[in-house]
Design a protein around this ligand. Structure first.
Ligand code: PMM
Length: 388
């Protein structure tokens, strides 16, 4: 007898084992995906629902851990899947079917592309977003681009290094940064965006929380609005994004850069960030922003401690499970320094490794300063998880 424990984090291991034993490609893949582990936390349930769930789980060979108002269900995807079907699930659990159905559909069919203004970005391979901060005081690279020409030059170099979107920002969001008046922010970003667009360098995203700045940026040629406040800071931004058919990156943060450090209080950071980001995406969709234009970002370093950022990176799949493409902004952040002992100017290697870990957990977009280095890390990570 020979006993081998196969890799459990990827369906590829089971698919390969079955294929090596003569299974056809498609049945082997379905079987492999079906026995992948699924862990679902169900909250705000009634006592009757909880009892029905415990009873159903015992019959179905599914593990359940439970307390008042909540249950955690764990088992293979194919065993849990009947709960998403009205005809197979117990009548008492009908309320669960739609949410679970959405979750399973997103897992089976992750988004393959992101619709931005006038174009589409494929998510089959990593999308690197190059950072172009035209701020005198950004925490990691403030003031190193003294003129619009220097910024345009730098942006062209980042595109040549392999990024697929340039994120131009004119307001630092580091804790305690001074607020920038709208006029000043526009004066910083618009000449750079217009200059890049004129040279055909792009697509371009604008990193702003303000509708007026976003409007000027879109007029100058931007195709994406990257809002670190997740459409909370300026209510005018949602309608603008919708009407312009812009791509949006909605980031998680609590409070404002001034108050966020005091709001880093979580019982379970990944689940709470997922719930808050999910609500943000739902609000955007209800206001008319098309689902295929939305990317979510858990907001590393925004209202999170170093330990919470590390937990969030490890549990990133919880954010990915919301069903939207996920972007991460790890570049040079303080928690990378906490883990490596490196100062801000020496965190690009840690950034690249962090991006590879994030890819493996399902992120598809990566906002970084050092595009060339990150590209190399992601080339390896994506070649490993996307077998030819
Ligand atoms: N981080 C910063 C600024 N903008 N946008 C998104 N979507 N995600 C981030 O993590 C993010 C961001 C702060 O970093 P910087 O000062 O180096 O730009």
């Amino acid at each position: 007898m020979k006993v081998t424990a196969l890799a459990a984090q990827t369906p590829e291991a089971v698919r390969a084992a079955l294929a090596a034993r003569g299974w056809e490609g498609q049945p082997a893949w379905f079987a492999a995906v079906g026995i992948q582990a699924l862990v679902v936390l169900i909250e705000d349930i009634t006592e009757a629902e909880r009892e029905a769930l415990v009873h159903w789980a015992a019959k179905s060979g599914v593990d359940v851990l439970t307390g008042t108002g909540w249950a955690l269900v764990a088992g293979s995807t194919s065993r849990i899947a009947p709960l998403a079907r009205y005809d197979r699930a117990p009548a008492e659990l009908a309320r669960l079917a739609p949410a679970l159905g959405r979750l399973l559909a997103a897992r089976a069919e992750p988004a393959r592309a992101w619709a931005i203004r006038g174009a589409e970005l494929s998510l089959e391979t990593p999308v690197i977003i190059g950072i172009l901060n035209v701020t005198p005081d950004s925490f990691s690279d403030g003031g190193h681009l003294p003129s619009a020409d220097a910024a345009i030059e730098h942006g062209s170099r980042l595109m040549a290094d392999g990024c697929r979107l340039l994120d131009v920002g004119g307001e630092s969001t580091r804790p305690g940064a001074a607020a920038v008046p709208v006029k000043e922010e526009i004066a910083r970003v618009v000449p750079v965006i217009a200059g890049l667009a004129k040279r055909g360098v792009g697509p371009i995203s604008v990193d702003t929380r303000k509708a007026e700045v976003a409007r000027a940026a879109l007029d100058a040629g931007a195709a994406v609005i990257n809002d670190v406040s997740g459409l909370r800071f300026d209510t005018g931004l949602t309608a603008l994004a919708r009407d312009a058919q812009a791509g949006v990156i909605l980031m998680h943060m609590r409070g404002t850069p001034d108050t966020m450090d005091d709001l880093a209080t979580y019982g379970h950071v990944a689940a709470e960030v997922a719930a808050e980001l999910g609500a943000t995406a739902e609000r955007a969709e209800r206001a008319g922003v098309a689902r295929e234009r939305i990317v979510l970002d858990p907001g590393f370093g925004f209202a999170k401690t170093a330990t919470q950022n590390l937990r969030l990176l490890d549990e990133l799949a919880t954010i990915v499970a919301l069903g939207y493409p996920v972007a991460v902004g790890l570049s040079r952040k303080r928690f990378l320094g906490a883990a490596t002992g490196r100062p801000v100017e020496d965190r690009d290697r840690a950034t690249a490794v962090g991006c590879a870990l994030a890819w493996e957990r399902g992120a598809r977009l990566f906002r970084v300063h050092d595009v060339a280095l990150t590209r190399e890390a992601l080339a390896l990570a994506s070649a490993t998880t996307n077998p030819p």
